[in-house]
Design a protein around this ligand. Structure first.
Ligand code: GRG
Length: 296
């Protein structure tokens, strides 16, 4: 069985982080300024974060033989939408968190109107960036379509709505649908956009898309485990949130021990499936194996 090499994964994550952060330095919102709004968005974009989604975009692109340059705009777009979702999720009318990525959440630092509008800006600008991908219009259109679907009512926004109106007797299916929307869609689309940028054919795209959903579910499972037994210092955000709010999640449904076992089993199964997909999916498989071991 494949064993994750922690040092190599940290190195790969850090390479992807520097790569996308370089790309984010030249996004167009910085050139158009009739207000201070871009600087608020910039604060959140530059507040760190693991940059897991850009890592997935980059790794999927190279897995199918593409050059990372073709995937940079997609990686920036995905990170911008992810950051918008965190800014809006932290607002007092949503999950009401003051700490994000180890720093004051944007609304705490700069105000609620600023945070709301900075999130709007990032969502719109993400599509502007993606459209600048240096590939033919047909391929870019496919990428835009996938990203719009992942960020829309069937997934990210719809999943967030479900989370906001959590019912106390939510069952396993309801929770699964919420996670597919709130978390997995942005993980899945990261792999999809990277694969599209690298020139993947339909068979590879669909195989990777299915594993993307499972990887996203695993990501949330390990996030819920860390919410129970991780630390706010390491996570850079408040912990025990779901318990405090009486929300059921993938851990409270089955208990910590079973959830830990499930995370390990899912990780091995995803890694094995990915290694069967045409191309070199080793980096993504290693990330799956690393998720149950992560501390932040
Ligand atoms: C407001 C439309 C809208 C959506 C919000 C992101 C989100 C949806 C909610 C935040 C709470 C949460 C647990 C979301 C699930 C996804 C998740 C675990 C996000 C955190 O992602 P990380 O750990 O964060 O990759 P960093 O800071 O490393 O980028």
């Amino acid at each position: 069985m494949r064993k994750p090499d922690r040092d190599r994964i940290s190195e790969d994550l850090s390479t992807a982080a520097s790569w996308v952060e370089n790309g984010l330095c030249s996004i167009s919102m910085r050139q158009q300024s009739i207000s201070r709004l871009p600087s608020f968005a910039q604060y959140s974009l530059e507040s760190g974060g693991k940059r897991v989604r850009p890592f997935l975009v980059r790794s999927a692109c190279t897995a199918v033989g593409g050059h990372p340059d073709s995937a940079l705009k997609a990686a920036c777009a995905v990170e911008m939408i992810h950051t918008y979702s965190l800014i809006h999720d932290d607002l007092p009318s949503m999950d009401d968190d003051d700490l994000r990525r180890g720093k004051p959440a944007l609304h705490t630092r700069s105000g609620e109107k600023q945070a709301l509008l900075a999130g709007d800006l990032l969502l719109i600008e993400a599509f502007g960036e993606l459209l600048d991908t240096p590939l033919g219009p047909g391929r870019v259109a496919l990428m835009v379509k996938r990203l719009a679907r992942a960020a829309g009512p069937g997934y990210l926004v719809g999943g967030q709505y479900m989370d906001m109106y959590h019912s106390s007797d939510a069952g396993a299916d309801w929770i699964h649908t919420m996670i597919l929307g709130k978390t997995a869609a942005m993980i899945r689309v990261s792999l999809e956009l990277g694969a599209l940028a690298g020139g993947a054919d339909d068979d590879v795209l669909e195989a990777v898309s299915a594993e993307g959903d499972r990887l996203g579910f695993l990501f949330q499972l390990t996030d819920d485990i860390l919410d129970q037994c991780g630390s706010a210092e390491e996570m850079g955000k408040e912990v025990l949130k779901d318990t405090e709010q009486g929300k059921r999640n993938s851990v409270s449904m089955i208990g910590l021990d079973e959830a830990t076992l499930k995370a390990e089993e899912m990780a091995s199964s995803i890694a094995a499936k990915l290694m069967d997909v045409r191309g070199d999916w080793g980096k993504v498989a290693d990330l799956a194996l690393y998720l149950p071991l992560r501390r932040k």
